[in-house]
Design a protein around this ligand. Structure first.
Ligand code: FUL
Length: 453
């Protein structure tokens, strides 16, 4: 027969079990590091290595380190170009699947230290991290778990130790890492000791955000969008359920500047994405509440090709042009009530909150005269969770409110694009929210090329 103490223990365990099963979507909140990362919105990932010299995407680990011999590496040029595109941080592929290290790792000779570049004395992780920071960008690292060169790879235990030591070198020598990329490619069926890997990383980099695809969900802070096409094609909820385990895992969407190519290839100008393709990528990733991770690749001289530099700047200019003239501010719209001002002040550091406990609210603006616009940008304040489940954007026309957008999920940022409309009164109608909504920004824009304004 059970004693009362046992009964009490059983009851406590049961209530824990029930609590674990009754996690609510709206109770899950981001960490401060996650919201800070989401505010960055756009980063670049840089691929450079033996593949650059061998016209390859996936090296098989047999390349002679002597092929790596760029004549004029210019990491400042990389970072300036990334910045001109609007990126806030850069992730360097320190080791891709071929196992070639861009820093002088003490764990292997397979890397820059066996190459003729800088007589084997170079350290690209150092150069890239210094240049990133000098240009106002944060810095992160990709270290491929799949290693096609390292002989220890065949022995999971020995390789885990090897990987951990490489990770130590990177996590302790190059300053704060904003993001750490764990790529699942090539690793299907392989079990790594991720418990130890993440513990090690956290010891030295407690604030780094770990990116990984959903298979590594448990260890990651961020999740992969599921495609490299540069779009989030579904409603973007930051909370994801992995078999009863709800967690805040914001989306990152990685896509290369050149179609299908992460590394540089000779005569590859035709794969360079056009400005309008890149603007679509931006609208469909950042404008869909996710992070854009754009792949850029230096050529075999160690510089980004001039055409790529030009395209990155054109892309940045196009986004600045599209989203710097907020009509609500420029055309002096007034809110329906003074407290709504925090939602329309063009300042994402301030936010407006709907009445406590409410499940529906509106943010309304009136212009002195009718304005024409074709897109709205809305930002939800997420520190307390993602609350807005259904909303419309409406214009007042012919004596009634008429929806021009009907959608779900706002999240970090939502850009809604529609045929140009002209109106004097506009409102964001939050039809259904879990608890009160919080809005950082409600902005309206006109794409001049689209006949607006
Ligand atoms: C993928 C890799 O296999 C590609 O080569 C590239 O590094 C991309 C960013 O991630 O999984």
């Amino acid at each position: 027969m059970k004693t009362p103490v046992h009964c009490l223990l059983a009851a406590t365990l049961l209530s824990f079990a029930i609590a674990a099963h009754t996690q609510n979507f709206s109770d899950i909140k981001p960490s401060p590091q996650q919201t800070a990362w989401q505010d960055l919105e756009f980063g670049v990932i840089i691929h450079f290595g033996t593949n650059t010299f061998l016209n390859r995407e996936w090296g098989d680990g047999t390349a002679d380190p002597k092929v790596f011999n760029p004549s004029s590496v210019d990491t400042d040029q990389w970072m300036k170009a990334a910045k001109s595109a609007g990126a806030k941080y850069a992730v360097l592929v320190a080791k891709h699947h071929d196992g070639f290290d861009l820093w002088p790792s003490a764990q292997t000779d397979y890397g820059v230290k066996s190459s003729p570049w800088m007589n084997g004395k170079g350290d690209l992780v150092r150069m890239a991290s210094d240049s990133a920071r000098a240009n106002g960008l944060k810095f992160g690292i990709y270290l491929s778990p799949w290693d096609r060169h390292e002989p220890k790879y065949k022995d999971p235990k020995a390789y885990d130790e090897f990987y951990l030591k490489q990770l130590d070198e990177l996590a302790t020598s190059y300053g704060n890492l904003v993001e750490f990329w764990l790529d699942g490619a090539g690793s299907a069926g392989r079990k790594y000791d991720f418990e130890s890997i993440i513990n090690e990383l956290r010891t030295y980099q407690p604030n780094t955000m770990v990116f990984a695809d959903v298979a590594l969900f448990k260890y990651a802070d961020l999740r992969w969008v599921g495609t490299e096409s540069g779009a989030i094609s579904y409603e973007n909820w930051n909370v994801i359920d992995r078999t009863g385990y709800l967690r805040w895992r914001p989306i990152e969407a990685d896509t290369p500047l050149h179609k299908l190519h992460w590394f540089w290839h000779p005569n590859d100008e035709s794969t360079l994405k056009s400005v309008s393709e890149l603007v679509d990528v931006y609208n469909n990733t950042v404008g869909h509440g996710g992070q854009l991770m754009l792949g850029i690749a230096p050529d075999n001289t160690g510089r980004l090709p001039e055409a790529d530099v030009k395209r990155l700047k054109e892309f940045g200019d196009a986004i600045r042009q599209l989203y710097s003239h907020n009509l609500i501010v420029d055309e002096h719209a007034k809110p329906a009530s003074p407290d709504e001002y925090a939602a329309i002040d063009n300042d994402p550091a301030t936010f407006w909150s709907a009445p406590v406990g409410s499940n529906h609210a509106t943010v309304e603006v009136t212009f002195p005269k009718p304005v024409t616009f074709d897109r709205a940008l809305t930002m939800e304040w997420l520190n307390d969770g993602q609350h807005i489940q259904k909303y419309t954007i409406e214009i007042y026309k012919d004596g009634a409110w008429q929806p021009i957008v009907e959608a779900q999920a706002i999240g970090h940022k939502k850009i809604d694009i529609f045929p140009p409309v002209t109106a004097q009164r506009v409102r964001l109608n939050l039809l259904s929210t879990v608890g009160e909504a919080h809005i950082r920004e409600f902005r309206l824009f006109a794409d001049n090329a689209n006949g607006g304004r």
